[in-house]
Design a protein. Structure first.
Length: 367
């Protein structure tokens, strides 16, 4: 196996693939990436058995077909440290990979490509195309509500649901819920719901951009795969059933508050400074045209913020985790938000005042 390539052509695909590699793994081969020269192209593959990332680039000049695996981080650090205008010569001799560039020479240990684990071949049951910016928005609007290391493993991921011309993402950790949807007349999809694991979700966010470039998405029974011009990304799916989120959406709220998103976010952020570090509780006192936000902590310190809101109705006192409220306000882009409440024991429904594409549910706290 042998090839030559310019550093600036190799560095980005290599960085992309190295991101999928688990550095602390019990299987040494999983610290490596697979390099394969085939039909004038260099293919790079990294995996941790949960996600797999493949990138390819065309080769110019002489090359010898073959495949091997090399330590991902070491290779990336070597390539990154070389001069930008350098040409890299890569060859394999025995169980060593030799990298030459100018007067620099490095020798890396290799492991057999035959031992490299590829996610098994599978057929996509559903296939559709969306702009990268749309996919990014669907995930960014919801992923922060995923659970972390919850024993209910199906909550440690993001639900993606298809039905006709609609695609919906939902995440919940049992204390809050985030939902986002997109409707497109170009879609005609069968009903299906799958759960992408947390690592897969974060990897997708790392890979995709806000561009209008098209992303092809395949969903199978156990895997999800994304195709772009820069990469092929595959993630295993969580084997479990996502809870029926429709049951927790508040339906009887009669107290509707319209407020300025930035003003509310800043007030919550300031009040959180003096909230209990462990529970992050704040109290909202709602009255006609006004919202009073208070927080205190075991040191007897107290914060109070009073802001004007658009509300006419009965007074209400309710507590929330301020970190959850700030997360929601960070994910909404509209200037105004709509907060719907029923009573001090019911969840809050939060959404942009001018759009119903995303909505958020936050459970109350006893203070």
């Amino acid at each position: 196996m042998k090839f030559q390539i310019a550093k600036e052509k190799l560095i980005q695909p290599l960085q992309l693939v190295t991101g999928a590699v688990e550095r602390r793994h019990t299987l040494p081969i999983l610290s490596n990436i697979l390099l394969k020269v085939d039909d004038g192209s260099l293919w790079l593959t990294g995996t941790d058995l949960e996600v797999e990332l493949i990138s390819s680039l065309s080769l110019e000049g002489e090359f010898v077909e073959g495949e091997t695996t090399v330590p991902a981080k070491k290779l990336f650090d070597i390539i990154r440290s070389l001069r930008d205008d350098n040409v890299i010569e890569f060859s394999v001799s025995g169980n060593k990979a030799v990298i030459k560039s100018g007067r620099s020479k490095y020798s890396l240990s290799t492991l057999s490509a035959d031992d490299f684990p590829n996610l098994e071949d599978w057929e996509g049951e559903i296939e559709f195309e969306l702009a990268q910016a749309t996919v990014k928005s669907l995930i960014e609007n919801t992923h922060f509500s995923m659970a972390q290391q919850d024993v209910r493993y199906y909550l440690n991921g993001l639900s993606i649901e298809t039905d006709g011309n609609l695609i919906r993402t939902v995440a919940t950790d049992g204390h809050r819920l985030a939902l986002s949807k997109v409707v497109s007349d170009s879609l005609n999809l069968p009903p299906k719901q799958v759960i992408i694991p947390r690592k897969g979700v974060l990897e997708i966010l790392r890979l995709i951009s806000d561009e209008d470039k098209t992303l092809k998405i395949q969903i199978g029974s156990n895997h999800l795969r994304l195709f772009s011009s820069e990469f092929i990304f595959t993630s295993k799916l969580v084997d479990g059933r996502f809870p029926d989120y429709r049951r927790v959406l508040p339906r009887d709220g009669d107290k509707i508050i319209i407020g300025d998103r930035e003003v509310l976010k800043d007030a919550f952020s300031r009040a959180s400074i003096l909230s209990n570090e462990k529970f992050k509780g704040i109290r909202l006192d709602l009255s006609s045209g006004e919202l009073r936000i208070t927080a205190n902590n075991p040191e007897q310190e107290e914060a109070e913020e009073i802001i004007d809101v658009d509300y006419e109705g009965d007074s209400l006192e309710i507590g929330f985790n301020v970190a959850y409220m700030i997360d929601v306000l960070n994910s909404i882009s509209d200037e105004k938000i709509k907060l719907t409440l029923a009573d001090s024991n019911s969840s809050a429904l939060i959404e942009a005042s001018s759009s119903e594409d995303s909505l958020y549910v936050v459970m109350p706290m006893r203070l």
